[in-house]
Design a protein around this ligand. Structure first.
Ligand SMILES: N[C@@H](CCC(=O)N[C@@H](CSO)C(=O)NCC(=O)O)C(=O)O
Length: 219
């Protein structure tokens, strides 16, 4: 029988976005079920991810897989083609290193930008750009992080790029000026049908961050 795939989702979550891109790349049908993460999480979410109570959660024939990079890894191991990770252990370890770096650094550094003003904002912006420069170094002259083909690390970073326009606006910088190779990589990835289909509208993300700023008392 066909696999039953349900994604417990939040439309603007960079982490949910990673899973959607991976599912699209594998050509899988899935149901994205929107969670109200501010007002009231569903019983299914609380039961499926009792430890963090966060989205995304992928339910595969009822079995919950949690943590977005981990879910993308599971998808790649469960549906082989097209491969998102290399076959060799060294290549996989390098991919997981960069996914972990992205997980630890990029979203939090970006959040510091819209959460701060004045001096704090300046240092948050510098920190974010330093992190992007390290990623630019990893990309080098390659088309994608893994080389010639789009894959795991691209997907892990792409989810967060949906918020980059908001970071640029609130931070007063242009990624194309600071990290031109990353800027070019983003444009290339956005041309992929599997990415274009699931990326939220940057204007709507910017408006959402405006709401978050109000919720956090930042004007
Ligand atoms: N490390 C996890 C982060 C998921 C997350 O923060 N999800 C947020 C929505 S997106 O910002 C979430 O579910 N927040 C609800 C809450 O914090 O209660 C992952 O990669 O899946």
């Amino acid at each position: 029988a066909k696999d039953d795939l349900i994604l417990l989702d939040f439309w603007v979550s960079p982490f949910s976005l990673r899973v959607k891109i991976a599912l699209e790349e594998k050509g899988l049908d899935y149901e994205a079920r929107e969670e109200d993460i501010f007002g009231g999480k569903s019983e299914l979410l609380l039961k499926s991810n009792p430890i963090y109570e966060k989205v995304p959660v992928l339910l595969h024939n009822g079995k919950p897989i949690v943590e977005s990079s981990n879910i993308v890894y599971y998808i790649d191991e469960t549906w082989a083609s097209p491969p998102l990770l290399p076959a060799c252990a060294y290549g996989r370890s390098r991919a997981r290193f960069w996914a972990d770096f992205i997980d630890k650094k990029v979203f939090d550094a970006g959040s510091s930008i819209w959460k701060s003003k004045g001096e704090e904002l300046e240092s948050a912006k510098k920190e974010f750009i330093d992190i992007l420069k390290k990623l630019e170094g990893a990309l080098g002259g390659k088309d994608y992080f893994g080389g010639d083909d789009f894959g795991f690390v691209d997907i892990v970073l792409l989810g967060v790029t949906a918020w980059f326009g908001a970071y640029e606006k609130y931070g007063g910088f242009k990624i194309d000026d600071e990290c031109p190779k990353i800027g070019a990589w983003i444009e290339k990835c956005k041309k992929r049908e599997t990415v274009a289909r699931v990326l939220p509208d940057p204007k709507q993300v910017y408006e959402f961050v405006g709401i978050l700023r109000k919720m956090n008392g930042i004007e």
